[in-house]
Design a binder for this molecule. Structure first.
Ligand SMILES: NC(=O)c1ccc[n+]([C@@H]2O[C@H](COP(=O)([O-])OP(=O)(O)OC[C@H]3O[C@@H](n4cnc5c(N)ncnc54)[C@H](O)[C@@H]3O)[C@@H](O)[C@H]2O)c1
Ligand SMILES: [Zn+2]
Length: 365
């Protein structure tokens, strides 16, 4: 599933039917890809964040064929249908056609939103994504889940639509704010709990070292490989793909109940702790393993608490896509390297967990 080429690593090409290319700087890889596919018209869509826009402008200057650039103010709170409409209108304004290749540049919000725009524009145009945040590289840009939030909940409108390629630009991590880099690690910890073994132990070792000494390429590739293997066997999330939602029933509710002020990575970190606590309370997870996960989260200096309203969070959980007949269902660890999905828990037990992860004013984080 992983092929090492001269200046890049290519993951999952056969497994998913499209390449995920991990490299420092992706213009060269992108041009080679475009040449191999003979797209004649390209529109680049980017997050208007100055650092991301700079990456997109550099790409557009050097792309063959020539591309037009559209930039949009994004952010978690703009992952909405109203922004989708602005993007689709932008595409009509520049005269994008059904055969135009759309290239999105940005983090997970950009890949979810631009990917959804590509899925719907003229009933579907080809889409490639240049991932510039850690969350987008190891998770959001891979697997074809696109979408936006609705007032009723996170990611409630969307489409499964595979990209034609994903480019993970490791150089982009240099401008990603330190907080987003650190909090983005939560998705890698999630993958490590699902897989166990080397990735989990590797993170335990690396946690003591500063980020500049981390082997980012191999970590990103490992996390992608784990996600791609799960997605390959269950593309539409009818079964085991749900495992990738470990910690997310909590995380999505924290985000929504908190008005999307918390980063997704931070919400996932607290969600992983909450999932471990719930599994422990249900007698499905050992205290020793739970403490090992907590120790890793702490070593990586990931958040363990969220400033949350317990009632609002419980209500937000009711809108989770995994809810069946009103019952809350969770993805929970049984051991590091052994995760199960479809576990029903009583609201009172969930409430108790929420009370424990709630940041109390004045309490130490
Ligand atoms: N579809 C999926 O399978 C999937 C999986 C995981 C997460 N997600 C979604 O991804 C979203 C979170 O992604 P995110 O954390 O990347 O958020 P994001 O896209 O908002 O990026 C975080 C912040 O970093 C900025 N940024 C991005 N790249 C940068 C760079 N290289 N330099 C400087 N700043 C940069 C962005 O402008 C933003 O301010 C959530 O909405 C989540 O639901 C989707
Ligand atoms: Zn996530």
């Amino acid at each position: 599933m992983v092929a090492q080429e001269k200046d890049r690593t290519v993951v999952a090409d056969e497994a998913l039917g499209y390449p995920i290319i991990v490299a420092p700087g992706v213009v060269g890889c992108m041009n080679e890809f475009l040449l191999s596919r003979s797209y004649r018209d390209v529109v680049v869509l980017c997050d208007a964040n100055p650092a991301v826009r700079t990456i997109a402008q550099r790409l557009v200057r050097r792309l063959r064929p020539q591309a037009r650039l559209l930039a949009f103010a994004l952010g978690e709170r703009r992952k909405r249908l109203s922004t989708l409409e602005v993007v689709l209108d932008g595409l009509t304004t520049v005269g994008a056609e059904r055969t135009t290749l759309l290239i999105g540049v940005g983090g997970g919000v950009a890949s979810d939103l631009f990917g959804f725009a590509a899925a719907t524009y003229m009933r579907g145009t080809a889409y490639a994504h240049v991932a510039t945040s850690l969350v987008a590289m190891v998770d959001a840009a891979i697997g074809g889940k696109t979408g936006v939030d609705l007032a009723g909940g996170k990611n409630l409108a969307g489409a499964f639509r595979d990209p034609v390629a994903v480019f993970c630009d490791l150089d982009a991590l240099q401008t990603l704010p330190y907080r987003h880099l650190r909090e983005g690690l939560a998705e890698i910890v999630k993958a490590a709990i699902i897989e166990g073994g080397d990735l989990f132990e590797g993170l335990e070792t690396l946690a003591a070292h500063p980020f500049y000494r981390w082997p980012w390429e191999s970590i990103v590739v490992d996390a992608i490989r784990i996600k791609a293997a799960i997605v390959r066997d269950d593309r539409l999330e009818a079964g085991d793909r749900e495992l990738l939602n470990l910690g997310h029933t909590f995380a999505h509710a924290f985000e929504r109940a908190g008005g999307y002020r918390m980063s997704h990575g931070a919400a996932v970190a607290v969600g992983l702790r909450a999932a471990g606590m719930l599994a422990l309370r249900l007698g499905r997870f050992s205290e020793e393993e739970h403490l090992r996960v907590l120790a890793l989260l702490a070593l990586l200096r990931l958040p363990m608490h969220a400033a949350l309203d317990v009632d609002a969070t419980l209500a937000a959980m009711g809108a989770d896509k995994k809810v069946r007949k009103g019952r809350l269902r969770f993805v929970l660890p049984r051991a590091i390297g052994d995760v199960e999905h479809g576990i029903v828990a009583r609201r009172a037990t969930v409430r108790n967990v929420l009370e424990r992860v709630r940041l109390r004013p004045g309490a130490a984080g």
